[in-house]
Design a protein around this ligand. Sequence first.
Ligand SMILES: [Zn+2]
Length: 201
Amino acid sequence: MPFFPGSLYSRGVAVQNEFSGWVYPVPIWKGREPKISDGWGSPRPGIEMGHRGVDIMYPRHEGEPKHAPYGSARHVMFPNVPALAACDGIVEKSYEGKYGHAVVLNHGKWFTYYTHMANRLVQKGDKVRAGQALGTISGSPTESGKGLKHLHFEMWLNGKKAVDPERYIKKWPKVTMDGDRIGIVPFIPFIALGIIVAILA
Ligand SMILES: [Zn+2]
C-alpha cells in the first residue's frame, strides 16, 4: 500500500507504532476478559467534566456477587487481581491518596495513572516493565459511593492532559493470569536450600 502523508492510513500506522509494547492494565483472570465498566465523562459529584478515566472490571456471570465490594448488576472484580503497568516506564509517584493507593508511571510522552488499589508493589523511581504488577485492585473510598472494587485508569498526554483512554486501550493485548495456579516454581529456591542444609548437616 502506498504511503500518503497525513492520510488516515499513515495516521493509523503512527498510532499503532506509538503503542507497540503496551498491554491492557488488567489481566485476563481465570479465563475472564476484563472490560471497561464505566467510561470517560460519566457524571461524578463535584467534578464538572465528569469521570476523567476508565474503570475496569469483568463481566458478571449468573450467581456472582451483585453488591459491593465485589460486584454490581453487570460487573465483578475478583480478589487479588493486580493492576499491571501498561508499558515500560519509571514510577513517577507512588502514594496513598483519597482514592486509595495510587501509582503514576512516566513513559515519556505519556503518563499513566492507576488508583483504587489496596497496596503498592513499586516505589517512586523504580523502573517497571509492561505487565508488571503495581498493586492489588481494591475499592474506591468515594467513587460509586460504595467502594465497588475496580481499577481506575487514566492516560495523561505530555504528563498532564487527561484524555479518554478507551480508544487506545481496547487495541492493547491482554496478559493472561490464573489466580489459582501458584505451582512449584516459587518454592524451588527453598527446596534447593533445604537440600544444601541437609547435605551440610
Ligand atoms: Zn473511575
